[in-house]
Design a protein around this ligand. Structure first.
Ligand SMILES: Nc1ncnc2c1ncn2[C@@H]1O[C@H](COP(=O)(O)OP(=O)(O)OP(=O)(O)O)[C@@H](O)[C@H]1O
Ligand SMILES: [Mg+2]
Length: 267
């Protein structure tokens, strides 16, 4: 069902197997994500969504198979090359993973300081990205002084600080109320439509995927508008089941399915 050729894909997972003592989690997984596309990864808890994102980020290696991102074979890279590679990937971790003892601004600046960027440049980049996520007033606060939704926005700002062409979102709306979830999805829409990032988004919330498919960000009016057609938004769904890709296709195809297993996700 996967028509995208790995050759021109931004992210390509080919015949990947990954397991632990308890057995294989991913068994024979293949898929590809094209430039500017958002692939929404669905699956029950423990189905391997987070592991997949970690494979794409080069934080884990598969037991077999190949992982390529931006034309590089991540699964065969040396540790040194991986350090370099990870600069091109924004990872929004499932738990946010902010440093509790650092202020918002220092959390966001973390990667740039690691790269020894000039402090003045860091300051201007940090205020720019904090403005983008509408959190410029929180720069001196600690993560513990923020709401869950604000912390999630700080995680997104931190992941985006070095303007990565590929962003991996791990359950970015988990545990948030519907209104706050909507602000996170709007942020993801803006990143896609303003900067054309290629994204992999793991989620339990099917609504997130449909919102990405059915809406677009219009820079002229600075508003979120209904999409003319969802295919143009480049949103595709992929559902894991028992370590394999059980479904891959458009939001419309998933919405219209009569498959009882898939329908569980639609409820
Ligand atoms: N380091 C590890 N050692 C052993 N098992 C692991 C390890 N990391 C993950 N697993 C197992 O792999 C499976 C898949 O984990 P993963 O975190 O990818 O699931 P998920 O789809 O992201 O779930 P959720 O929706 O709850 O976030 C789980 O059963 C988990 O226990
Ligand atoms: Mg997970």
């Amino acid at each position: 069902m996967n028509s995208s050729r790995p050759a021109d894909a931004v992210v390509s997972i080919e015949n990947v197997r990954l397991g632990f003592e308890e057995g294989d989690v991913l068994r024979q997984v293949s898929f590809a994500v094209q430039q500017r596309e958002t692939l929404v990864l669905l699956g029950e808890t423990g189905s391997g969504k987070t592991l997949t994102l970690k494979l794409a980020a080069g934080l884990l290696r598969p037991d077999s198979g190949r992982v390529s991102v931006l034309g590089q074979t991540v699964s065969e890279m040396s540790e040194d090359d991986l350090l370099d590679f990870r600069r091109k990937i924004g990872f929004v971790f499932q738990e946010g993973a902010l440093f509790d003892s650092l202020t918002v601004a220092d959390n966001v600046a973390y990667r740039l300081r690691e790269d020894r960027m000039d402090e003045q440049e860091i300051e201007s980049r940090v205020s720019e990205i904090l403005r983008f996520v509408e959190l410029e007033h929180t720069s001196d606060l600690l993560p513990s002084e923020l709401s869950g939704g604000m912390r999630r926005r700080v995680s997104i700002a931190r992941a985006l600080i070095n303007r990565p062409p590929v962003v991996l979102y791990d359950s970015p709306t988990a545990g948030l109320d519907p209104v706050t979830s909507q602000t996170i999805i709007t942020l993801i829409l803006r990143l896609r439509d303003l900067y054309g990032v290629t994204a992999l988004l793991a989620t339990h919330r099917l609504q997130d995927g449909f919102a990405l498919a059915n809406f677009r960000f219009d820079p002229e009016s600075n508003r979120v508008l209904p999409a003319r057609d969802s295919a143009a938004q480049g949103t595709r769904f992929l559902v894991y089941r028992d370590g394999e890709v059980y479904f891959e296709g458009s939001p419309e195809l998933l919405a219209a399915t009569s498959d009882p297993y898939l329908r569980k996700f639609l409820v």
